[in-house]
Every structure is written in C-alpha cells, then in structure tokens.
Write a protein that binds this ligand. Structure first.
Ligand code: PRX
Length: 632
C-alpha cells in the first residue's frame, strides 16, 4: 500500500494489520489479474469438491461464462457437511434473537439436523433437483434452513424479501412458476405482527402454480390454512418422512443454486441466476479476505437474508468459512435505539456489516445510546448498499468503532454475487470510497465511447473480466442478460456494465456515485421506477404515473410520484393517502411513495418515454438540461 502518509486517509491500527488474513494487496492483486485462473483455482482448492473441474474458466460462449466446469460440488457440502468432520461440529453456527427477546442457537451439528429434516420434508412434497421453490419468510432461522434445504437436494430457491407484499410476491412466484411456497404465519416489526400468511394467501390466488405451501409457526397468528394445500412445518417434521439424515445431492458446478429477483431499468424484475461452484468460491473468498474472518469471530451481517447481501454474507460465505453468525429479527430501534448496541455487547460481536441508511437512522438518536454499551469486542465494521456519506462514515468509525475499526465499504450488486470493490483491513481508507478492486477484478471508468476517463472525471463503471461469483443469466431470458450487462470493446473483449456512475481519484481509489438508470435506492433497497409506477397504475383511478427518487436525509432517496387520474376524478389529500397505501399493499412498505402529486401531463420524449430526469430537475429546482427530445 501507499507508504507515504496522506492526511485524507484513515490508516488501520498495527494490531489489525498484524493479524490480517491478507498482509499485502498490490503484489497479490497484480498476480490475481495476470493469473486469474490460477488465482481462483487456488481459492477453489480450499473448498470440498466431489470431483475437480476440467477447466477453471470456459470463455467459449462469452458472455455466458462457465466457472469450474466439469466439477461436482454442492454448496451445502461446504457450508455444513464438511464442518461435521472437524472441530466446527459443536461450534455455534447461528445465534438468533427475536424482537421480543426470544433466543435460539444452533451448532453446526444442530443446523445440519434442521436442514436435513427440512430437506426430507421438501422431498416428501415432491420437490426434485432443479425445481424452483419460492421462500417468503421473516428473518428467522427457518429461512436459512429452507434455503439450505433446497440447495442440499439440488432444488433452486427464490427468496422473496419478507417486506414485499402481494403483487411483488405473486409476480415472482409466477415468473419462477414455483409449485412449492415456504412461508410463516407472520413476523414481528416494532412490536407489531406482520401477517405474512394472509399476504401469501392472496398471492397464491393470483399465482395458481403453487400446489403446496409449507408454513412455519412463528408468532401464533390465527391464519387461514387451505387444507389440501397448506401444511404446518412442525406437523410435517413430526412425521417419519422428516428423518434427521439426508444425503447431500451432488450437483455440477454450473447447476443453478438460486434465483433472486432484482429491479432493473424497465419491465418486470429480473431473476438473477447464481450457481453452486463459482458462487461458493467467490462468496467465501471475499468474506474471508475482506472481513478477515477468524475461527473465534462472531459475525453479524445485519441485512435481511431475502436480499443478495443476506444470501452471500449471512448464509453462504460465512457458513462455508465456518463462522458463527448472528441473526436478529426486528427493528434496530425497538424497544429503544440501543437495541443493536445491546446485541453487540451481549453476544460479543466482532464484526458488524450493515448499510449507510441503518447507520444514519441510528445516528440520529445520538451518541448516548451506543455509549451505554461496551462495544470493545468490535474489530471491523462494514458498509454496503449505497455510497456512505462521510458524516455517517465518521460517526460509525468514531462512535461505534472507537476509532480503531477499519470500515470495509463494499461495492457490489445482486448480479455480481459478492464484493467487487472493497478495502482489505490493511487498506488505508478514504471515507466514502469503496477503495480498490477485489482480487482478480479489473475495473475502469469509461465515457460513452468506452474510453477511460481521466482522474476525478465521472463515467460509467465497468468490469473488464469475468469472475466466479457473477450471475450466469437472467432466468429464462439469456438475451436480456447479454443485452443489459455486456458489450464488446474495440478489441472485441467482453465488458460488464454495472449501471453505476463513478470516479477514480489520483490514488486510484474508486468513488461510486450512484445508479445511472431508473433504479432507485431507497434505504439501500433496490426498486425500479417501473414497479412503483405499475403499482400506481393498477389502482382504478390512475391512468398514468411516474416515479423519481429525490434525495432524503435518512433513506438516501425517497420516492416521489406524479399521477394522471382518470378524467373527471379530482385528486385530494384523501386520494393521495389511498394511493400511497395502495402501493404499500401491492409492493410492500419500502416502496410506498413519500408523496403523490396529481398532474395533467408528464414530460415525455417524442417516442413516448417519460423523462424522469426532467421531473427530478423540476422538483429540485435545478436546470432541466437538454429538452430537445421533449414532446411539444
Ligand atoms: O448502485 C450500487 C449500490 O447498490 C447497487 C446494487 O444494488 P443491489 O443489487 O440491491 O445490491 C446491494 C447489495 C450488494 C449498485 O449498483 N451499491 C451497493 N454497494 C455500494 C453501492 N453504492 C456505493 N457504495 C457501495 N458500497
């Protein structure tokens, strides 16, 4: 790393540097990009394979790359089975706390028992290798068991975030054509019960492909069960079919592990498809190196398993690394704003990985809440989901990390499977920059013609190479995957387009600015303007709608919407509330617009595309820019 001292940088303490899993970046980085396949083969060698690969990287059908082709592996063999053969068997795998203070712990041995039973239940319901099972759950251990149970038998999971609502769930079930849905009666949030099963019931009515619904009893809600379709998990587990032993299915490296829907520029959410082999290698390597995982660590990724962050860094990466993971179901500030800090103290958490929006949310309650607690167990802190503003970074570093914990700001996406740009614990940090590419990755900032821009100039963020954790395709839509993400440069080399704008400074530190497309980041959650708009238009009084993201102090972005009503209907405060609630019940609370403005027309291009950029500029009182394509 840079030997001279730069006053803009935060340098890690000697104790952190001395024990780092990776003690040097530049040389290893050079090696990893010059010998990409060797580097990844070395990492892959640390995992358990039933059969090794014929080739590390198969580029013959680019951009549809294959990693470790010809190999046989199952990610669950690595996340659980291997640990049963060594001293991890009795180690705590999951520590769970519910909002009301309930506690449940599972050793690796206990996790295996739960996953085997769940896998046997799925098999008895006819789930087979390759089937897509939809999971819609609160943040309880059974969510993790369900994901792992699917993977264990070679089925593919499609987790729908528990904060989503009817239409979001129904459309994802439909696209995946799932026959089996796993859900729970309900979840908890801020002392209130969220009735997931009733949302699931409505979604199943809209998506008739579901034949079997397995329901976990979590909060004793009185729910409607359809006798020929719906089963309680505890009833099924009591049957002889649910034995506590289940063979892990051998899958090919490139067999699908999961699909996860994410919002894009236009149209319906895309099911990003990830596979067993490359994803296992990528998530475990990035987790081990960037977060310096040690056997004695207690790791807390305070995301929801229903998003990619949870898939990669609550479930798969950490379990492959044999870590102890913390899982908490509930609000960060319930019953008081010290809840998270209390958890860190109670359980002796060593590494906390969360989002800027959560940090800002807790920061507003002031220092006195974290100051009530002994947070000295913390060694590293992490951030993900959106650019972290320097003010939040400094608060996190100073108040939570006591100036001694490096902040690992990780830039990545649902599509990338794992960290693409992130510091190591030894990296000097600049607040707000995710620093440098992870090993094996060559990143650049380019202009519209694909030429690299100069230092501190804004451009498009691209990746110049394939990596093992990359999504392999958009489920059922190879063309959309190739068109949306890949293009060829002047030499014919394939380039991955991230959809973000960014800058590189004079020290080659990368500063991600934000999305360039119609994707909104609301509290770090990714939503498409088109999804919010179609939820609005599904209301009988609305003919047309536009959604834009405007800066918001806590959420990063807040959704502002513009609506044209059916003729003869006059918009008022009551209708505004009704439309906001309508989006909430169709999509989920996170998609609920901040405001709904009734308008007579929307700015459009001559080809009929809504110019959201113009709406945004108007709302912010900024220059509307080039209006030459605006319809008269
Ligand atoms: O805009 C970037 C932002 O989140 C997008 C990806 O969103 P999603 O697929 O939901 O995955 C989020 C968790 C990995 C990116 O295109 N983003 C993510 N992490 C960062 C970030 N922006 C700046 N800094 C980050 N660390």
């Amino acid at each position: 790393m840079n030997a001279s001292v730069n006053p803009d940088m935060f340098y890690p303490g000697q104790d952190v540097v001395d024990q780092a899993n990776v003690s040097e970046y530049e040389k290893m980085y050079q090696y990893s990009v010059e010998n990409r396949e060797e580097f990844w083969a070395e990492q892959a060698d640390t995992l358990g394979w039933y059969k090794k690969w014929d080739s590390v990287l198969d580029e013959s059908n680019a951009p549809f790359y294959k990693w470790f082709d010809g190999a046989e592996i199952n990610i669950v063999h690595n996340a659980i089975d291997r640990h049963l053969e060594n001293s991890n068997r009795n180690k705590m795998a999951i520590i769970w706390e519910g909002e009301n203070g309930q506690k449940r712990n599972f050793s690796y041995n206990g996790l295996n028992r739960e996953v085997c039973q769940f896998a046997n239940v799925l098999k008895s319901m006819g789930v087979e290798k390759g089937d897509i099972v939809t999971i819609y759950m609160p943040q309880i251990p059974e969510l993790v068991f369900a994901m792992l149970a699917c993977a264990k038998i070679g089925a593919v999971h499609s987790v729908v975030y528990g904060g989503f609502s009817t239409e979001a769930l129904a459309s994802r079930i439909d696209d995946a054509h799932s026959r089996v849905l796993i859900t729970a009666d309900g979840g908890w949030r801020r002392g209130k019960q969220i009735n997931l099963k009733s949302i699931a019931n409505e979604a199943m009515q809209r998506s008739p492909s579901i034949e079997v619904c397995i329901c976990v009893k979590n909060n004793e809600l009185d729910v409607e069960m359809e006798p020929t379709r719906d089963f309680w998990l505890h009833d099924l587990k009591a049957l002889p079919i649910a034995g506590s032993k289940c063979e892990t299915e051998q899958t090919s490296s490139e067999d699908p592990l999961f699909i996860l829907y994410t919002s894009g520029t236009t149209g319906t959410p895309k099911g990003m498809l990830h596979t067993h082999g490359g994803y296992a290698v990528y998530t475990s390597t990035t987790h081990r190196m960037a977060f310096d995982i040690k056997p004695q660590d207690r790791w807390w990724c305070a995301a929801d398993p229903g998003w990619i962050t949870g898939h990669s860094y609550i479930v798969y990466g950490p379990l492959i690394n044999g870590a102890t993971i913390m899982l908490y179901e509930g609000a960060p500030n319930y019953p008081y704003p010290n809840r998270w800090w209390q958890i860190i103290e109670n359980y002796g958490i060593n590494i906390l990985y969360t989002s800027p929006t959560a940090i800002r949310g807790l920061m507003r309650f002031g220092e006195r809440w974290p100051k009530k607690h002994d947070l000295s167990s913390l060694r590293l802190l992490g951030s993900v989901g959106e650019p972290i503003n320097p003010e939040a970074w400094k608060w996190y570093h100073h108040v939570i990390g006591n100036d001694k914990c490096p902040i690992i700001d990780t830039w990545w996406q649902t599509e990338t499977g794992g960290f693409m740009i992130c510091p190591l614990p030894i990296t000097p940090l600049k607040p707000g920059s995710a620093t440098k590419p992870f090993f094996g990755n060559e990143m650049a900032i380019v202009d519209d013609d694909g030429n690299e821009v100069g230092a501190n100039e804004e451009g498009k963020l691209i990746v110049k190479n394939p990596w093992p954790g990359m999504a392999r395709t958009v489920f059922k839509d190879d063309q959309r995957y190739a068109d949306l993400y890949w293009s060829q440069d002047k030499e014919g080399k394939w380039i991955y387009l991230a959809g973000d704008s960014a800058k590189k400074d004079e020290d080659d530190y990368i500063w991600v600015i934000g999305r360039m497309d119609e994707v909104l980041k609301v509290s770090g959650y990714r939503l498409g303007t088109s999804e919010v708009e179609s939820a609005l238009v599904s209301h009988p009084m609305v003919t047309e709608a536009a959604a834009v993201g405007l800066p918001h102090e806590l959420k990063g972005n807040a959704i502002h919407t513009y609506v044209i009503l059916q003729s003869g209907i006059v918009g008022d405060k009551k209708l505004e509330q009704e439309l906001r609630a309508h989006v909430g019940s169709e999509m989920g609370k996170i998609a609920m617009p901040e405001c709904v403005e009734f308008v007579e027309s929307l700015p459009k291009t001559r080809s009929g595309k809504i110019m959201r950029r113009v709406l945004k500029a108007r709302a912010l009182g900024e220059d509307e820019g080039d209006l030459s394509t605006l319809e008269e």
